[in-house]
Design a binder for this molecule. Sequence first.
Ligand code: GAR
Length: 198
Amino acid sequence: MLKIAVLVSGGGTNLQAIIDAVKSHKLTNVSIECVVSNKPDAYALTRAEDNGIPGVCIRPKDYKDKAAYGEYLAQYLTEYGIDLVVLAGFLVVLPENFIDAFEGRIINIHPSLIPSFCGEGFYGLKVHESALSRGVKVTGATVHFVDRGCDTGPIILQKAVSVQEGDTPEILQKRVMEQAEWIILPQAIQLIADKHKN
Ligand code: GAR
């Protein structure tokens, strides 16, 4: 059984996609052990509670520096016996000590086809605003391993989504979520679960 922690900052629709995939047995040998938010009012925490998953808010600003935050977060997830950390709309740049502690065991969903529209400052709706401003005809989503860089780690899965005439950033965001993110994030977790022993 692959024990995962899902880190969130907002609405948690990607978290919901993982929960639904586990419940419907599309995702097997995976257990969602806990949900961690950096925002106390994130709706994702309500989704966790509604589904009987322990949820907690851990805020970087409550720690003396980034390293202290990273150390606490790593210790917290280690106590849960977490095998894989899933960043699902988590908008905090993780401290290096945390990334080192979970090296090769952190994945992230990004709402574009990396290396387009990624890196510092590209998150949430901003990604789709930039894609529309550039006039791309195809965008999509990427699941990748997290390394010390920003959106630079090895790519696991990508899925393309077409841009349509008259799209707003909100409309495009919804299409990318429905047609790509909610599909490839559970798929990527399954790929890792399939390789995980016991
Ligand atoms: C998703 O579109 C996710 O890809 C994006 O934030 C949204 C969170 O939505 N993540 C990033 O932009 C990371 N750079 P959700 O809370 O409904 O899953």
